[in-house]
Structures are given as structure tokens and as C-alpha cells.
Design a protein around this ligand. Sequence first.
Ligand code: DX5
Ligand code: ZN
Length: 231
Amino acid sequence: MRALPITIAPSILSCDFARIGEEVRRAEDAGADWLHVDVMDGHFVPNLTIGPPVVAAIAKVARVPLDVHLMITDPWTYGPLFAKAGAHVLTFHVEVCPTPEKARELAAHFRAAGVKQVGISLNPDTPLERILPVLDAVDLVLVMSVFPGFGGQAFLPDVLAKTRALREHGYAGHVEMDGGLNADTIPRCAEAGCDAFVSGSALFGASDMRSTLARFRELARAAREKSTHGR
Ligand code: DX5
Ligand code: ZN
């Protein structure tokens, strides 16, 4: 099977919100493949971030695809608004779906709203079994390696077993890891089968984002080459 290219997605949650446009350009100039946009509603997670108008403003200046991560209780109502605002990848959390059928309906609802790639995410304490019946309806699985809500938390290594199991199941779409990624944790994720890597604090906090991002990409590529789980 052909390997998916390594995708590095800086999370704008860690950018300077007073200068979002410049921060978007800084991440793109550093080599970002996607821009990860964390949407929080104060219900699904204990934090509030940004809504569709800000995503639309980012989409106006961005040159790379927006990877929008909805940490919200009601993606049925708000998902289409983020699609319209310019989300390229739109990811919902399986925890808000009472049944696999509901998750499939939600993926179809996002596609009907014009989304190019639909993602499904699961929290560190949600078993992989919750998403297995829905895999054929999505393009991406976003594995949370921290409990969602805040940037700058420590990576939870137990979640790597889910990534390995996904690849063992033959899942060939994107597997994206989110939370606590840096030069130590990225190789472990790549070895386990991840092809997409979200990084907030480690990239926006780096003194040289370009060389840090290039190093992350090279570490992921080298680790994947050695691995039997890489795609
Ligand atoms: C956490 C968010 C992450 C976060 C990652 O709720 O989903 O995308 O911004 O930030 P770092 O890389 O700092 O853990
Ligand atoms: Zn995220």
C-alpha cells in the first residue's frame, strides 16, 4: 500500500490571537501542510475558543487546508457553519454520537454541507471499538493523546495502542495524533502508524518554527520507515 505523505498541522490554539493573520503566514512559511483549528464550546470541553466568523477570516488568508477539530456537543447544528466558513477537514467527536448510525449520519451531513474530508475523533479514555463501525464513512481518525480542552499538556502514551490497532484492522485513511507532540513523541506516533501530526505549543513556542517543523517531518519519516505499522 502506498504511504500517505507526512502531514504536519500546527495548531493555531497556541498562536498569538492578536495577530492571527501573521501567525497563519508564519506557520505556512515554516512548512505547515494543514492548519489545525481547535473549536471548543464550553460544554464538550471546559474551554471556549473560536466560532465560524473567525474560521472564515482565517480561511481568507490561509493558503493551506484548514483542519477543523470540533470539540463541541452539537456538531449537527454548527458543523455546516464551519463547512461554509472554509473547513477542508471537519472532525467531530464520537462521544457526542449515541450510536454508530448517528455518527454515520453526521459524516453524511458534513459531506452534504460541502466538506472535502470528514474526520472522527476519540478521547484518550474512549475505546477504539466505538469508531470501528464508522471507519468506512470517514477519511481521517483523530486520536486524542491528551484530554481535549487545552494546549501544552503531556502526551498520554497508552493511546498509541489504538493507532496500532487501527492499522492492524487495515484502516488506510489518515490517522492524526493530537496533543503533547514534540521531537520525543512524534517518532513514537509515526512508528505506531500515524501520518498526520498536530502540534501547538512545540511549534508556536519554538524559536525557529521552520527548522523545528522540518525536524518533526524528518523524525516522522525516519520512524515510519523503520515501522511495520506505517502507511
Ligand atoms: C487540545 C487540542 C490540541 C492542542 C494541541 O484540546 O485539540 O489541538 O492545541 O496543543 P499541544 O501541541 O500544545 O498539545
Ligand atoms: Zn485539536
